[in-house]
Design a protein around this ligand. Sequence first.
Ligand code: F6R
Length: 240
Amino acid sequence: MEIIKCKNYDEMSKIGANVIISLLKRKPDAVLGLATGSTPIGLYKNVIIAYNNKEISFKDVRTYNLDEYCGIERNNIQSYYHFMNEKLFNYVDIKKTNINVPFARNEFVVEDCRKYNKEINRRIFDIQVLGIGNNGHIGFNEPGTPFNQETFVVDLAKETIVTNSRFFNRIEEVPTKAITMGIKNINNAKTILLLASGTSKAQAIYDLVNEEPNTMKPQTSLQNHSNLIVICDEEASSLL
Ligand code: F6R
């Protein structure tokens, strides 16, 4: 595990973006696993700057997102599909057909999970970008998820619903279920790039580094990965 401690969010975002930018320069047809949430927004901004400077192109890049809320349509502004368009895809030359964000229809959950899982297992991800939950979740693999879990529909932890309610008018509007790549899928990526910012992540980062691997701390599943890069700002690394 390589741990890079940064001063602040901006530095974390630049260093994280540089990992993606150098990958795309080296391998223009890379397969990227992507995350949503507040953490990678700055990384995406820096990647867009590099695209505008003609340093990189997304012409041959394929992307696969980690997760999506259930019960929310694609065009809903709360969907992760919408988030990715707003934060990255609308500003680069990626082909629509190369964008993959999971989607689970209530009536066809099992089928939809199987379909996404099959699709991601066809690919070798060059990199998987991750944020981390205050409770240590990666993707939406909440505490207690087995390390051999593949794509599934999860009941979001109460803590996750409360944390994510900051994006909604009322907590009752936050979906209680999501489709997510499993811990096994995440660990299949060649490189894992985990970003963390803020004091609310400090304990989860401490546990990632110091706890014995155990399913109550999903982030500890990453400890045995051969190429894990953790980029933290000062606050997130404050307990290390
Ligand atoms: C998002 C995801 C989640 C977030 C995590 C942290 O696709 O899978 O694991 O990375 O909840 O969210 P933020 O970055 O908003 O603190």
